[in-house]
Design a protein around this ligand. Structure first.
Ligand code: CMC
Length: 429
């Protein structure tokens, strides 16, 4: 029991609840006994004031614009680390030694191929299927292919399932892309690093050699790193809620992929680039700013605003720098989309509507520009986000499964429907 308590007074009754402190961040009132003591629920749609779990993986200070993976600032990891090292850090809690990293990388690399039968599974989809529809289906179907890693009570099976998903998601996403463009699937190559292998599986064709540019591979690796985890966001909470019923890990991650697809979440990178293209030229920006401010118009500036960040998204700052590097390398610095993006950002950051609401560009504002320059169609953007986030979802799922306080997630409701009434026969209605 903590020393500090919070008191809730309702009429003549006063209820007392412990206040718990984490290592950093707001304290929480432990209201688990509220219903038993008072018969009341709390009401918090959208979880704006609710800590749904106790976690030690990722920390965000939205006011400062700070993002930490296991305590390490995202800017340092983006500059000095690699995605595969970040995966180790998220999954196991500490940075690996050289030997640990080599072993982990080897384990991931040795699991990149997918079951050959999966190739036939792809062929059942329409060629114009959205890659996220395919990825959602294929990840869920992994439980049908890897029966030896679905028993969640076995730590060894949990570990193998985790490695399989980190290793195979790039293959699954790349196959979705290849299928959509009518090209043969490209098998993974174990001599390439994680990001280069993904680029190779997407852009190589059997007819000729494809060399991965190291600058592009570095930018890809950074995109993976910046998206690797993000605390208890909608898709992560979906993974946790799915996992709370002891569903198999592939089903849980498929649920996360499905949630991520929405334009208010991971789908924003696709929506942001489509919006920049729709704006087209700098002179049309004011028209779109006015639409974003008009409460009678559902239009929002995609890639702006965040539930938690009320300051510049630290991932957007790194991404902006990466966008410049990649566009310069590829000789597309005068890309009109980038010009619209830069001008839009400038105008929005000065406009009182956006300033007052603390609406800053988020990670998705610049990631789309980089992915477009690399050659990915917009429909692949969210699939790339999904493959990057898979490790975060798994780390959070593993943490939950190992938590002795784990309970099936079961929110309650404020009911406003009809009260009990008698069924009326159809002839009398
Ligand atoms: N353009 C115009 N107005 C906006 C925007 C925007 N992008 N975002 C928020 N607002 C306004 C909103 O209309 C409201 O104004 P008012 O107080 O006058 O009613 C105020 O700002 C607060 O908005 P909210 O919807 O209550 O904020 P939220 O925390 O529920 O929503 C959000 C967060 C990310 C869903 C929202 O900002 C949004 O829809 N942004 C565009 C989509 C986007 O870029 N999403 C990617 C998020 S980052 C990637 C990820 O982690 O998945």
């Amino acid at each position: 029991m903590s020393e500090t308590t919070a008191k809730l007074t309702l009429g003549d009754e006063t209820y007392e609840f412990p206040v718990l402190s984490g290592t950093v961040g707001p304290d929480v009132i432990d209201i688990r006994s509220l219903y038993a003591k008072s018969g009341l629920f709390t009401y918090d749609p959208g979880f704006t004031s609710t800590a749904a779990c106790d976690s030690a993986i990722t920390y965000i200070d939205g006011d400062k614009g700070e993002l930490l993976y296991r305590g390490y600032p995202i800017e340092q990891l983006a500059a000095k680390s690699s995605y595969i090292e970040v995966c180790y850090l998220l999954l196991y809690g500490e940075l690996p030694s050289k030997a640990e990293l080599a072993d982990f990388e080897n384990r991931v690399t040795r699991h990149t191929m997918v079951h050959e039968q999966m190739h036939y599974f792809y062929r059942g989809f329409r060629r114009d299927a959205h890659p996220m529809a395919i990825v959602t289906g294929v990840v869920g179907a992994m439980a049908a292919f890897y029966h030896d890693s679905t028993d969640i009570s076995d730590p060894m099976q949990r570990e193998i399932a985790s490695i399989r998903m980190v290793a195979k998601l790039p293959t699954i996403a790349a196959m979705a892309y290849k299928y959509s463009v009518g090209q043969p699937f490209v098998y993974p190559r174990n001599d390439l690093d994680y990001a280069s292998n993904f680029l190779h599986m997407c852009f190589a064709v059997p007819a000729e050699e494809y060399k991965v540019d190291p600058v592009v591979a570095k930018a890809m690796d950074r995109i993976f790193t910046l998206h690797a985890d993000h605390e208890q966001n909608a898709s992560t909470s979906t993974v946790r809620l799915s996992g709370s019923s002891d569903a198999n890990p592939f089903a849980c991650i498929a649920a996360g992929v499905a949630c991520l697809w929405g334009p208010a979440h991971g789908g924003a990178n696709e929506a942001a680039l489509n919006m920049l293209r729709e704006i087209g030229t700098v002179d049309r920006i004011p028209e779109f700013i006015e639409r974003a401010k008009d409460k009678n118009d559902p239009f929002r500036l995609m890639g702006f605003g965040h539930r938690v960040y009320k300051n510049y998204d630290p991932r957007a700052a790194v991404m902006q720098e990466s966008a410049r590097e990649v566009l310069e390398l590829l000789g597309v610095e005068n890309n009109p989309t980038l010009q619209v993006a830069q001008e839009l950002e400038k105008i929005a950051l000065e406009d009182p509507y956006f300033v007052e609401r603390k609406l800053y560009p988020n990670v998705d504002f610049y990631s789309g520009i980089i992915l477009d320059a690399i050659g990915f169609p917009t429909s692949m953007f969210t699939a790339i986000f999904a493959l990057s986030r898979t490790v975060g979802w798994i780390a959070q799922w593993k943490e939950m499964i190992g938590d002795p306080q784990k309970k099936i997630g079961r929110p309650r409701q404020l009911y406003h429907g009809a009260t009990t009434r008698d069924y009326v026969d159809i002839a009398q209605r």
